[in-house]
Design a protein around this ligand. Structure first.
Ligand code: IMP
Length: 431
């Protein structure tokens, strides 16, 4: 049996989508376990280029069952649109199932996300504005609406009646915004539920049947562990646990069933939104190279189109990510982006006044003050994109990757050197 979690191990956008697309060839069940349409996975395969926000990247493989798990928050309109686009391009969606336990992102969540961000002014978090935080907050305060509720007229009406009154008070009195009509919202969400009725189900039996039959299962992460609500750079985080523990919680698969945790790291670092970023590069030539503007790898957020902040690989944060998630295997993506760099830096420690820190501090004001301690390696200054085996890579590129593994303390599993399926090198067995 193999249950493998593939998690983003930095601040998101590590290139998880195209790895899942590849690994879905080996897995027979792919479960998306957290986040919502704040995520954006770009998948490039023989069928074309796809941008997915909610649908698991295993959807392109006809033999694979795909599940959107209980830990995901779902904007039904976005999901319906995504499914429609996939169907229009000939993708079979009959093996996609949506957990009836997953929470719904309602229109007031999206409104409140944006209104709260505006109200934060200079202290804004830089959320994606998709209603993610307010939806998770309602789930925790037990006033959420779940996908299964959309299929039960009476439950939906009762839940909505209770919640909407409070939301409307907040919207009108606190933010001077327009209230939402109970009648219209009810009918709209009932209709959305009907449109998704074939997909919404109790996914627990599907998952446990797969476990019983020893079917390889891939748990597909979204965002990255440095955005984790408990362990990330709080408050500049998302509202869910994107790591290995979240993979178990959000899918309903017990921690003892997990066989491997693959941490996906870019060969450098990026971040969208606000928050600390010790190895961030100032605007200039090096940052421009890392951003790869105008190429398939352009560092622009898949979901919001925002320009990503870029910087060197941060081994302090990476080691922390490995430790708190039990990452045993590394996937290093976008190594080719460094092909033209004459010198490449790795942050191996933080300096705070006279002290050297091995672990990232929790307090943002302290993290903002740390200075990265860099180790510098010579660049390989030659293209890597046509390599098909690890040993095809320039020696200096191999040395760089080996050094990252050594610094963070996990074995190498995958290296990717381009967006195509064949540009992903499997260094060690995953399933
Ligand atoms: P939220 O998840 O929309 O609430 O945004 C909270 C923070 O997480 C912001 O800094 C976002 O930019 C960041 N974030 C959320 N989802 C992603 C993602 O998929 N990739 C990268 N950053 C993300």
């Amino acid at each position: 049996m193999a249950v493998v979690a593939l998690i983003g191990a930095q601040w998101g956008d590590e290139g998880k989508g195209h790895l899942v697309d590849l690994l879905a060839n080996h897995a027979r069940l792919v479960v998306r376990y957290g986040g919502g349409n704040n995520a954006g996975h770009t998948v490039v395969n023989h069928l074309g280029t796809f941008k997915l926000h909610l649908v698991p990247s295993g959807i392109f493989d006809n033999a694979t069952v795909n599940v959107i798990g209980p830990g995901v928050v779902i904007n039904p309109e976005v999901l319906i649109q995504e499914l429609k686009e996939l169907q229009e391009r000939g993708i079979d969606i009959s093996k996609l199932f949506v957990s009836d336990r997953a929470h719904v992102i309602m229109p007031y969540h999206v409104m409140l996300d944006q209104l709260q961000e505006d109200a934060r002014g200079e202290d804004k978090i830089g959320t994606t504005g998709r209603g993610i935080g307010p939806a998770y907050a309602d789930k925790m305060s037990r006033s959420g609406i779940r996908m299964g509720d959309l299929l039960h007229e009476e439950t939906l009406l009762n839940r909505l009646r209770g919640v909407l009154e409070e939301k409307n008070r907040i919207l009108t009195r606190l933010y001077n915004a327009r209230p939402l009509s109970l009648h219209d919202t009810y009918l709209r969400y009932l209709d959305l539920g009907h449109q998704l009725a074939e997909q919404i189900t109790n996914v627990h039996p599907i998952i446990y049947r797969a476990i019983d039959k020893d079917i390889p299962i891939l748990l597909e992460g979204a965002q990255g562990v440095l955005l984790d609500v408990d362990h990330g750079t709080y408050p500049y985080v998302t509202s869910s646990p994107p790591g290995a523990a979240g993979a178990c919680q959000g899918s309903g698969i017990a921690p003892t069933m997990l066989n491997s945790v693959i941490g996906v790291f870019k060969a450098y670092t990026t971040r969208v939104g606000e928050g600390p970023f010790p190895t961030e590069l100032p605007e200039g030539a090096e940052a421009d190279i890392l951003r790869q503007i105008g190429t398939a790898w352009a560092e622009v957020g898949t979901t919001t189109g925002r320009l990503r902040r870029v910087g060197w690989f941060d081994a302090v944060m990476a080691r922390y990510a490995v430790q708190i998630n039990g990452i045993d295997t590394l996937a290093i993506t976008k190594l080719d982006v460094l092909d033209t760099m004459p010198k490449i830096k790795i942050c191996v420690g933080y300096r705070l006044h006279d002290a050297e820190l091995e672990h990232p501090p929790a307090t943002i004001a302290v993290l903002d003050q740390v200075e990265p301690i860099y180790e510098e390696l010579p660049g390989w200054m030659s293209p890597t994109s046509s390599a098909r085996r690890f040993q095809d890579l320039p020696e200096r590129a191999q040395t760089y990757v080996a050094r990252l593994c050594q610094l963070v303390g996990a074995r190498l599993g995958i290296v990717s050197i381009g967006p195509e399926r064949e540009q992903t090198i499997l260094v060690s067995e995953i399933f």
